[in-house]
Each structure stands twice: as C-alpha cells, then as structure tokens.
Design a protein around this ligand. Structure first.
Ligand code: ACO
Length: 429
C-alpha cells in the first residue's frame, strides 16, 4: 500500500503522498498542500525542505557519506581527475576514452577569452575582491554568445556552453589574480592539461616560467574534485532558482558565484586562514578564540567548523586532511599556521560546546591551508572553490531544465508586518 502522511488542520484530515529516494530517504510530497488546505509550511533556511528530486549527488550527513552519481567520493578523489569527474557529474556516467578526449579538447578550444573581455579587467579596481570580478565576468560571457541564451539549448549548444564555463572560469580566475598583482596575463596553453594550465596562467611571470610539480597538481586535483558538487547547497540552489526563471546558464552560474562568496559558504576557506593568522597574532591563545565562539552574546564563529548537513564528520575533510599532510611532507612545508590548525582542531574536538552541537571540521578548514602552501593568495581561495563547483552548478542547471516537473522557484512567506493602515502625507506625520 502506498505510504501517506496525514495532516490534521481545523479538525479535517488531509493525506499527502510519501516518496522514497533510492537511498531510502523519505519525504512528504506537499505539492498540493496549499491548494487543498490554504496552509503553507514555514522552514527557515529550508533545512527540512526538499526543493527537487535529483540523481546527481547523494550525501548522508549522519554517516558521513558522499557519492557522485553513486560512486563514493573516496574512490573518485583517489582515482579520477577533475575533468573526468566533471563529465560524470554533468552527463551521469563515467566517460569512455573517446568521450573524455573530446570533452578535454573542448576545454582547450574554449580556454582563451575574447580580446574585448580583457578590457573589463582594466576597468575593475585593482584591490576589488576577485569574486566580484569573477561573477561579473561569468555573466558577461553571455554578451559574446547570444546564440546560447535561449531557454532551450540543443545538446550541442549545451555542451558548448558547459565547456565555455568550465574552461573559461579558469582563465578568468588566473587573469583576475594577475590583474590584482599588476602582472601581465599569461594566456592558456594548448599543450597543458586543466590544472597545469591554470597553475601556469597563475604563476608564470615575465621573468620565470612556473615549475609545475606532480605534488601540487595532485593536491589541487583532489581539492577541485572534493568541491565539485554537494547537492542543494546555497550556491547550487541559487543556480537552480535563477535558472528556473529560464535565465541562461551564464547568468545562473554567475549568481552561484555570488552566493558562494559569502563567508558562511565558499568564503569560509579564506576566513579560516585569516582566523588562524589572528590566533597566531594573539600569541597562539586558542582558548581565547574558543571562548569567543562559545559566548552566546558574541556572533563570532570558528571558521571551518560546523555544517548544515554533516553532523558526524565531513568525509571531504577527512580526505583533505590526509592530502594536506602528504603535500606538506613532500614540499617540506613548515607553516606555523598548520600547527595552530592542528591544535585548534584538537581543542574543538575535546570541547563540550562543539560536541553537543555536532560541530566538526568541514572541508574548508583544510582546503585553505593547502591553497596557502601552493602559493595561492588568501583572497583567491573562494575563487578556487568556484572553479571546483562549476561542474556541479552546470549538472544541476541541466537536470533542472530537463525535468518536466520543474517550475519557477517562488517560495511563499508568512507576513508578520502591520495590518492595513492609511497613508499619512509627509506634512502631517
Ligand atoms: N563556531 C561556533 N559556533 C557555531 C559554529 C561555529 N563555526 N557553527 C555553528 N555554531 C553554533 C551556533 O551558534 C548554534 O548555537 P546555538 O544552538 O547555541 O544557537 C549552533 O551551533 C547551530 O548553528 P546554526 O547556525 O543553526 O547551524 P547551521 O546549520 O545553520 O549553519 C554553518 C551551518 C553555516 C556551516 C555554521 O556551522 C557556520 O557558520 N560555520 C562556520 C562557517 C563555515 O565554516 N562555513 C563553511 C561551510 S562548508 C561549505 O560551505 C563548503
């Protein structure tokens, strides 16, 4: 018999279907709730609300499970590449050799920016935050591809748009960095693969070609893979919401970049390193910062701890923690901030306040330290997150567009403002 949920309102019982996901996740389908009862639900921060069905990423926050298209993140991080992972997320299956080759070649083709776009960089303040520039530049791509803005794209047009975004986000990011330090831009190279190409554009200077090492590529590869998707997080939900109005993919993804910028989301990795530097400046007094974070009258939070979904451990943090120590051993990095990070983590894990609230290190706690070791400046950390999250945003935009049940996203509200009252002319107030 079909499972249902009963809601009793004003003495009347209403029944709603219960739907079950492939991993036995249960949801009450309230699509008809308002039509049948005139009630709505109130759910601040959408913590209990499923906005869609999705077959891209599964995560179980209690058990610390994360899978892309069914494949455990641990296997993907160890064996795959970021480009292959992007294909998996977007198209739902692992590519064949030929499919992967074609996919990677489309990145090479789309890596350069239109010459006119280079002028945009010159108009942006040198010290402006790179996420502002990235968001603007991603949206500006729409101006150069008017054929790709219509609500329904052919398969070929979708592939082209996706490749433009995946490839150009890397070029834009590197150019943003070069602009901020007043160095000439280094164009993408056809002979370099995705990550090596990015590192070369970031770090080659007029004086010296960047020496690409396997250790750095592997660390960055793992970070991008671990950030590639995380189901209905703030930025991905934003991309879906904007796309639900049939806005084009450039505009939708650009909104995702803006959502990611916030320190409670993708901006956290930058804030983690700033927090560790603050602790260092305060003479390493970790307890002082712990007390501040625990003080109910202080809004201060320990950056890199806590997660809306993971209430046991963040599986990505586990993988990254190991990668960080491997990288530091190989590169011989001896960063005092790392020592502070280790001590802070130990102190947090022993503290009742954090244990009771199930606050564990999240992916951003370690990613910032790796970026720092690679030589990426703190202000660019959220940009790296955006490069990593791009395939996830694209996959969700595609899934949303292909679902015949998708409707424009338009939540309701419970109005708590004044009742009707008359307008009073300004001279009588
Ligand atoms: N430091 C101190 N206290 C915290 C922290 C923290 N990092 N995170 C949550 N809390 C406390 C809250 O004050 C609250 O305490 P209370 O019950 O006494 O009021 C309780 O834990 C629950 O917090 P919420 O804000 O309700 O948790 P929510 O699920 O809404 O927020 C979030 C999750 C935003 C990640 C939060 O834990 C946070 O701000 N963390 C720091 C920022 C961060 O690291 N963000 C990156 C997230 S991962 C990512 O985006 C890839």
């Amino acid at each position: 018999m079909e499972e249902t949920a009963k809601i009793i309102l004003d003495g009347k019982t209403y029944e709603f279907p219960v739907i079950t996901g492939t991993e036995n996740e249960k949801a009450i389908d309230i699509t008809q709730l308002r039509a049948e009862t005139s009630y709505i639900t109130l759910d601040n921060g959408f913590a209990n609300t499923g906005s869609c069905t999705s077959s891209i990423t599964f995560l179980d926050g209690e058990k610390g499970v994360l899978r892309y298209r069914g494949i455990p993140i641990e296997q993907i991080a160890e064996k795959s590449t970021f480009v292959e992972t992007s294909y998996l997320l977007i198209y739902g299956k692992l590519p064949t050799q030929d499919q992967l080759k074609k996919f990677a070649q489309s990145f090479t083709k789309h890596a350069p920016l239109h010459d006119d776009m280079l002028n945009f960089f010159n108009g942006y303040p040198k010290d402006g935050h790179p996420m502002g520039l990235l968001s603007a530049m991603v949206c500006s791509l729409s101006g150069y591809y008017p054929d790709l803005l219509k609500p329904e794209l052919t398969d070929e047009e979708f592939e082209s748009t996706a490749a433009q975004l995946l490839s150009k986000v890397r070029t834009i990011s590197a150019y943003t960095y070069k602009k901020s330090i007043g160095q000439p831009m280094v164009p993408p190279r056809e002979d370099l693969r995705y990550i090596a190409n990015f590192l070369n554009m970031m770090f080659t200077t007029p004086q010296k070609e960047y020496e690409i090492t396997n250790e750095v590529i592997q660390a960055l590869e793992a970070l991008l893979i671990l950030h590639a998707d995380h189901e209905q997080n703030c930025s991905t939900s934003t991309v879906r919401l904007v796309g639900s109005s049939w806005a084009n993919m450039f505009a939708s993804v650009s909104a995702g970049v803006s959502a990611l910028w916030g320190p409670l989301h993708g901006g956290a990795n930058q804030k983690v390193v700033e927090m560790l530097e603050d602790i260092q400046e305060a003479g390493g007094d970790i307890q002082k910062f712990l007390n501040k974070a625990k003080d109910p009258n202080d809004n201060y939070r320990l950056m890199g701890f806590g997660h809306r979904v993971y209430k046991n451990f963040d599986p990505r943090a586990k993988i990254i923690k190991k990668r960080a120590s491997d990288l530091f051993n190989k590169l011989g990095v001896n960063d005092p901030l790392l020592e502070i990070a280790v001590k802070l983590e130990e102190a947090v894990l022993k503290d009742d306040y954090f244990a009771q609230r199930k606050l564990y290190p999240n992916v951003d706690f370690y990613s910032g330290i790796i970026y720092k070791a690679i030589g990426i400046p703190t202000v660019m950390f959220p940009v790296l997150f955006a490069i990593g999250r791009m395939p996830g945003w694209i996959a969700h935009w595609k899934e949303m567009k292909e679902n015949p049940k998708s409707r424009i996203g338009r939540p309701r509200q419970v109005y708590v403002g004044p009742n009707e009252r008359n307008y009073i002319p300004i001279d009588q107030r």
